[in-house]
Design a protein around this ligand. Structure first.
Ligand code: B12
Ligand code: SF4
Length: 610
């Protein structure tokens, strides 16, 4: 189900609300110092194409944003632990300055749920009187918050509260808890008091557990959909989050100090950065427009330039990835950012000489902005990821076509910007089609010819929070198990065929491997050295090397699944995953089910990418 739409005109916070709550918290923090550990859950079984390098070498923006909000609000004893770098980290053994933290937070995507639950289970090993308050957040809890309350099947072990929104929601929660906390009381005791007295119900964007005296969860309370911060300039500076990172280690506990600033770029050479949020399109397989309440939220050009400059100067970071859903979404706002960046200097040189960055856009908007591409290039943009899905638009229609896609790719290449296609493979698409552009290999070939130096091919997979999600289950498209093996959440990254009506789904699985092998291989690598597609020195050959390594990982991880698909039997789900615990919604937040269009009826694929 899509994230519910708030009332028209009530989607956004009042201007200044985020700044105000931080100011109020700073006053509370002075007399209420709390220690916080924020963990980023990461399931290493998900390591394969298309993100084999970025998954470890880009410290995620979500946990950094939460850390920055804490630090900016006066909570300077905060540490961020990435399971990407610290896979043996055990919350039961964490100590900050020698003591257990008051607050343990965990951020997770859906595919990292097993790791997230494992962290929560381990935190429960801490004896009850010392156990920190456990808060879960991130893309997982936006759509399925109830799941983090079931870290074990006993109905006891789980998060205390899930944040289904962003910084403002967490800070509002902390404000209530700190105002309630007695002199010697713990944060968790304050939480129990707040939950029992209904004080949390006025904070939209939470789901929390109400427990019986023996600790069992009696019910979950859903406080409704968050209000979003409209002006992204109100967010704390991203530099703050980079100051809190736990250094990579094999240890189970924490080191005495965070990663020194001069080592950050060694482990996170790429920084993901929020520039804009939202997209004007309304693809039924995509959860993004509903999450953003159909709003487009941006930072100003001046603010973006300042962030690039500070991250470069303080940490030596030179590569950036915009966390945009569609950076070219709105011409004037895009131009404000790129024209400001084009004028910006860092250490006496134009910004583009100091930093390089990329982000996500659409084919349609690239063509709309064609005359401004020189400015985009002058702003330091060197790569753009485009959701091509299916070039022929037979299955997914969002204004693309073979000609338009090729034109957009060639335009970008000509301006020194690498076009990076993101494609979707679906049941009716063959591996190869004679004389047409429909086949997967045919499209990979066309995209390469048009200048692509990387390729992303994902299989249609129902994306949580999209319009088509429910229908994929009720129509029996989504698998439950294959040859005796249950489809687990870490497999929902669209690299595995887990929802299909194809009579031979193993072919789909093999097709993905075949197209990657076609695109990334030693011959093409050698050719890329001689006749590179990119104007950026060795970028093409470098992507080939990375891609070849990625293909081996993709094959290693998914070949067994292809054999299972071949062997069968396949059992299917008839209902989407739902909470086994009862959920009470605030009276004014009663759910209006989003129009759950049928996945099959519309003949549209669903994918978690865009
Ligand atoms: C950049 C990005 C990537 C990057 C980097 C990811 C990273 N590790 O940093 C790359 C390219 C590597 C990537 C890969 C994938 N991605 Co991605 N990605 C994004 C994108 C575009 C931006 C993420 C971001 O940085 N946002 C900015 C930060 C500030 O926002 P945030 O993470 O949402 O965090 C905020 C809140 O969620 C909340 N919050 C977050 N954590 C916590 C924790 C606590 C305790 C609290 C209180 C609050 C909280 O507060 C934060 C501040 O506002 C999002 C879409 C989007 N616009 O968010 C998709 C998104 C996160 N990706 C998604 C997916 C599916 C994938 C892939 C599986 C795609 C694929 N098929 O391979 C892979 C996974 C790879 C892997 N092994 O992990 C989905 C996740 C869906 C889900 N329900 O989990 C998203 C949401 C896109 C979508 N479909 O809507 N991705
Ligand atoms: S798939 Fe891309 S273009 Fe379509 S709504 Fe989502 S973000 Fe926008």
């Amino acid at each position: 189900m899509e994230v519910q739409r708030r009332g028209r005109g009530d989607e956004l916070l009042k201007p200044g609300a985020l700044l105000d709550v931080r100011a109020r918290l700073r006053r509370l923090a002075a007399s209420n110092p709390i220690k916080t550990v924020i963990a980023c859950a990461f399931d290493h079984r998900t390591r394969m194409l298309p993100f084999i390098y970025a998954d470890l070498r880009m410290a995620p923006a979500g946990v950094r944003a939460i850390g920055a909000a804490m630090l900016d609000s006066g909570f300077d004893q905060t540490r961020i632990v990435l399971q990407q770098w610290n896979r043996n980290f055990r919350p039961s053994q964490m100590r900050l300055n020698g003591v257990l933290p008051d607050l343990f937070m965990v951020s997770s995507m859906q595919i990292h749920t097993a790791a997230c639950k494992d962290l929560i289970r381990d935190a429960w090993r801490i004896e009850p009187s010392a156990r920190p308050l456990i808060i879960a957040g991130g893309a997982k809890t936006v759509y399925e918050p109830w799941d983090v309350f079931r870290a074990d099947d006993d109905g006891v072990v789980g998060a205390d509260v899930a944040v289904t929104g962003e910084e403002f929601v967490l800070l509002s929660l902390l404000e209530v808890l700190l105002s309630l906390r007695g002199r010697d009381g713990t944060l968790r005791e304050a939480f129990v008091r707040a939950a029992n007295s209904g004080l949390l119900d006025s904070i939209p964007g939470l789901m929390y557990a109400r427990r019986s005296p023996d600790g069992r969860i009696e019910e979950l309370v859903d406080t409704g959909v968050q209000r979003l911060v409209g002006d992204l300039d109100e967010l704390p500076f991203p530099t703050l989050g980079f100051r809190l990172l736990e250094p990579p280690s094999r240890g189970a506990t924490l080191s005495s100090r965070p990663l020194p600033a001069d080592q950050v770029s060694r482990y996170s050479p790429i920084a993901s950065l929020v520039l804009t949020f939202g997209c004007k399109f309304n693809c039924p397989y995509c959860p993004i427009p509903a999450y953003n309440q159909r709003q487009h939220r941006v930072k100003s050009g001046a603010r973006v330039a300042e962030e690039f400059r500070r991250l470069h100067d303080e940490f030596g970071i030179r590569y950036f990835f915009g966390a945009d859903d569609n950076f070219f979404n709105e011409k004037t706002r895009t131009l404000d950012i790129v024209e400001t960046l084009a004028r910006t200097e860092i250490s006496g040189q134009p910004l583009r000489k100091r930093v390089r960055w990329g982000t996500e856009v659409t084919v349609h908007d690239t063509l709309q902005l064609r005359e401004h591409l020189p400015a985009v290039r002058a702003a330091g943009v060197r790569a753009l990821w485009l959701g091509v899905e299916d070039m022929t638009a037979t299955f997914v229609k969002k204004g693309q076509s073979v000609d338009k896609t090729s034109e957009a790719f060639q335009l970008l290449s000509r301006h020194g910007i690498c076009p990076m296609p993101m494609m979707m493979h679906h049941d009716s698409q063959p591996l190869y089609s004679r004389g047409t552009a429909y086949g997967l290999l045919n499209q990979a070939r066309l995209l390469r010819k048009a200048g692509a130096i990387s390729l992303q091919v994902l299989m249609m997979t129902p994306a949580t929070g999209s319009k088509l999600y429910e229908g994929a289950f009720t129509s029996g498209l989504a698998y439950d198990s294959v040859a005796g093996r249950t489809v687990e959440q870490y497999m929902l990254d669209a690299n595995y065929v887990v929802a299909s009506e194809h009579p031979h789904p193993w072919r789909k699985q093999l097709n993905i491997m075949a197209v990657y092998l076609y695109f990334y291989n030693p011959l093409r690598f050698l050719w890329a050295l001689v006749r590179p597609k990119s104007k950026l020195y060795l970028a093409d050959a470098g992507m080939q090397l990375l891609g070849m390594y990625g293909v081996t990982q993709t094959i290693r991880r998914t070949i067994g699944w292809a054999f299972r698909l071949m062997r069968g039997p396949i059992t299917r789900k008839s209902r989407p995953p739902e909470s086994p615990l009862s959920i009470r919604k605030r009276a004014d937040q009663a759910a209006t089910p989003a129009g759950a269009a049928s996945f099959v009826q519309l003949g549209m694929p669903a994918t978690p990418e865009h």
